[in-house]
Structure formats: structure tokens, C-alpha cells
Write a protein that binds this ligand. Structure first.
Ligand code: SF4
Length: 250
């Protein structure tokens, strides 16, 4: 759910509606959740309310603020090694993020990497760099929101890179995406099953299914949303994906 511009009462209402719709896991993301405030309420109040309802509460942050939030799973988004991350984010923030990661005692602190045409070449090195700094790493591929988007990584490079990531996972690097999902993402040979996903929008409405609905044109042939891959495979009773979900959230 995206909570940045919502009032606290609206956030509580969304959490309740998500719960009533059958959701039992929630991930707070969109904008920068750690910055969310409404009068006396901060993101810590949102997390506390969510934890009362849901089996597991996750959050994705840019990592620039102290990672002291009491979620079950905490992802820090990383777009590359220092120069690449700073260039893609337009600010010299990489060293601050690394300091925050170093200071964090969070038991399930993960890095989440969105792979694109600019950072693709250094992803294996980034995974090696992160190995002992975070508990796990998840990867997904950049979706071309504008059709001629230069950040989109072509499928030949995607396949080659996924082979390298699979090899790293085989040799013990903490890549949390399942082998099944990594294989399926090579040429998008997975069948999307997005029934189990709900997205809360900034206006408080809830959209069922793919994250792109009501946000951008959907071109499934270019999809790289690995969480959707994993959830779809889990719905189709792929045990690797079910176990990957368990490892990430519980
Ligand atoms: S873009 Fe991806 S997640 Fe969205 S409907 Fe298509 S395959 Fe599913």
C-alpha cells in the first residue's frame, strides 16, 4: 500500500479493508514510507496498527533514514554500487544507506535491487558486495513505464544476467528469489496469477491485481515484477516459490 499522503484514519481504514478482503500480509511502500507523518502520528504508529492485524508486515525504504522500524521484513532499495546508485537517485546517498544498514539490528533486513540497462553489468558485483551486509537480496527487473524507456533491459541481457544470479545463489549468496522464479523471468515463461494481490492507492481506493492497473499501460511481455512472478508460481503450487515467500515473510 502507498501511505505517504494519507491521514492516519484513512490508513487504518485501508488496513481494515485489506484485511476484510482476505489479505494477511501487507507491505508498506510507495514514495518513502519512513517520511510519513500525520500530526502526532508517524510511520511507527502505522506499523504498530498493521502488526495487530496482519500475520506479517513488510516495508520498502530508500534506506536514508535510520532503519529502526518494527516491521517483520524490511527492504532497502538499491540501484547499484555507489556511483551508479547515486547517479540513478540523483543524490550522494549511498554511503549514508550503508551506514544505516551497518547500524541496523533488524533480523530480516533485505536489499531489493531493481535491475535496469544502466546497472545490469554490476549486479553480480553488487550481490557479492552485499553478501554479509544484509540477510537476503531480492531482485526484479525495471518495467518500461514509457514505451521507449532506455532503462529497460533487453531479454538477451536479462537471460544472461539471470544465469549469473542463479550461479551466485547456487554457491550460497543470499538471493531470496526462488530458482523457479529466476528461471521463469528469463523469457517471462510464467503465467501471471494476480488474484491474491491488492494495491492501495494514494486516494484510498484499492485495486485488485497487477501493480500497473490504473497506473500505467500494461505490457506483460516486458514484465519484470518478480514478487508477482513468485506469487503466481506459489498460487500454481510451486513449492520453491511457497518456500521463498515463507523465508521472506516469516
Ligand atoms: S505486467 Fe506482470 S504482474 Fe502485471 S499483469 Fe502483466 S505479467 Fe502480471
Amino acid at each position: 500500500m502507498q501511505a505517504e499522503d494519507l491521514r492516519f484514519e484513512q490508513v487504518l481504514d485501508i488496513l481494515e479493508r485489506l484485511y476484510q478482503r482476505g489479505n494477511r500480509l501487507v507491505v508498506l511502500e510507495g514514495g518513502e514510507p519512513m517520511l510519513w507523518k500525520d500530526g502526532p502520528y508517524s510511520i511507527h504508529d502505522v506499523v504498530a496498527a498493521a502488526r495487530k492485524k496482519f500475520f506479517s508486515v513488510g516495508m520498502t525504504t530508500n534506506g536514508t533514514l535510520p532503519l529502526d522500524v518494527d516491521v517483520d521484513t524490511l527492504w532497502v532499495s538499491l540501484d547499484g554500487l555507489e556511483a551508479t546508485h547515486n547517479a540513478l537517485r540523483g543524490a550522494p546517498i549511498f554511503s549514508r544507506i550503508m551506514d544505516n544498514i551497518k547500524r541496523s539490528q533488524h533480523p530480516r533486513l533485505f536489499a531489493h535491487i531493481t535491475i535496469n540497462s544502466v546497472n545490469a553489468a554490476e549486479i553480480p558485483e553488487l550481490i557479492r558486495f552485499l553478501q554479509h551486509k544484509v540477510r537476503g537480496i531480492t531482485v526484479q527487473f525495471y518495467y518500461p513505464y514509457n514505451h521507449q524507456d532506455e532503462l529497460f533491459l533487453d531479454f538477451d541481457r536479462r537471460e544472461k544476467l539471470l544465469e549469473e544470479i542463479i550461479q551466485l545463489k547456487r554457491t550460497g549468496f543470499p538471493v531470496l528469489n526462488s530458482f523457479a522464479a529466476l528461471q521463469a523471468l528469463k523469457r517471462n515463461t510464467w503465467r501471471c496469477d494476480d488474484r491474491l494481490i491488492d494495491n492501495a492507492n494514494p486516494d484510498g481506493s484499492i485495486t485488485q491485481g497487477c501493480y500497473l492497473k490504473n497506473r500505467a499501460d500494461i505490457d506483460c511481455s516486458k514484465c519484470g515484477f518478480s514478487p508477482h512472478t513468485e506469487i503466481s508460481l506459489a498460487c500454481q503450487v510451486n513449492l520453491q516459490s511457497i518456500l521463498a515467500g515463507q523465508r521472506i515473510f516469516f
